[in-house]
Design a protein around this ligand. Structure first.
Ligand SMILES: NC(=O)c1ccc[n+]([C@@H]2O[C@H](COP(=O)([O-])OP(=O)(O)OC[C@H]3O[C@@H](n4cnc5c(N)ncnc54)[C@H](OP(=O)(O)O)[C@@H]3O)[C@@H](O)[C@H]2O)c1
Length: 244
């Protein structure tokens, strides 16, 4: 592990779990590029962290559905820092109109997949050359228990009745990205893992979650800061490994 300051990019960093991950990584001594699709909301979040003494946090405009913003982000990181050490694919949505397979609005399902899965894939592809330059690259895909086929088919699981074909499929696909990318990057210094935050009180679920963002951000933060002995290609919650 390098002793130089690590450069971290967090997508959807302006609120919820992403803001908390950004806070944690800055507190751990990283330079944090707080990604947000909305300039005003992103700059406000940076100011919020700055007011708590976390000064090395910088807004970067990144909409995971807009390749132009993703390319510009990669160029800015290349010119300012030469490399990227940590990528947290956190941006995600849960949209009205999603629902069980027989009733969900197909346009909504496609939109959810475009943000939650294709968004992460787009950003990952663009950042990979920068991550390869890191002595210890880390990619964290913020997934969900709803992305586990084992949990989805287990009647005793607490989220068993949440059958959202768009959202759940997007997280299953994101987990596949974790597995395949870890395979592709075997033999490199880059580790790739999925983090399941648990049911967390944020706008994503109209603040019905049962735990605060401080808890929801624990596992993604841990995986972002893994040392060289840490795992790759796995899915984890703060309580340990998750089944696929
Ligand atoms: N909350 C939970 O219980 C829970 C459980 C499991 C997994 N997760 C996952 O945790 C991650 C964070 O969710 P959250 O609960 O913190 O929700 P949140 O508070 O609604 O935050 C979602 C973030 O994603 C951003 N975003 C949405 N679409 C985007 C796009 N096209 N480009 C860039 N950013 C975009 C949002 O930006 P705007 O402010 O501009 O909308 C916001 O910053 C998501 O991937 C979610 O699926 C959450």
């Amino acid at each position: 592990m390098t002793t130089a300051k690590r450069i971290a990019l967090v997508t959807g960093g302006n609120k919820g779990i992403g803001l908390e991950i950004s806070r944690n990584l800055a507190a751990a001594g990283c330079t944090v590029l707080l990604g947000a699709r909305n300039v005003e909301r992103g700059e406000q979040a940076v100011r919020q962290l700055g007011q708590t003494g976390l000064a090395d946090v910088h807004f970067i405009e990144i909409d995971v559905t807009r390749q132009d913003t993703i390319t510009a982000t990669a160029q800015r990181i290349e010119s300012s820092y030469r490399q990227l050490d940590i990528l947290v694919n956190n941006a995600g949505v849960n949209l009205r109109g999603d629902g069980p397979p027989g009733a969900a609005d197909l346009g909504v399902v496609q939109k959810v997949l475009d943000i939650n899965f294709f968004g992460a894939l787009r950003v990952t592809q663009a950042m990979l050359p920068l991550l390869r330059k890191s002595p210890a690259g880390r990619i964290v895909n913020v997934s969900s228990g709803l992305g586990s086929l084992a949990y989805n088919s287990d009647p005793s699981w607490s989220g068993y009745n949440w059958k959202l074909i768009g959202y759940n499929t997007s997280k299953v696909a994101l987990n596949m990205l974790t597995v395949q990318l870890a395979y592709e990057l075997r033999g490199t210094k880059i580790k790739v893992n999925s983090a399941n935050p648990g049911y967390t009180k944020t706008d994503l679920n109209d603040n019905t979650g049962t735990q605060p963002v401080e808890v929801g951000a624990i596992e993604a933060t841990r995986l972002a800061l893994l040392d060289d002995t840490g795992p790759t290609g796995g899915s984890f919650s703060k309580d340990g490994p998750d089944p696929w």
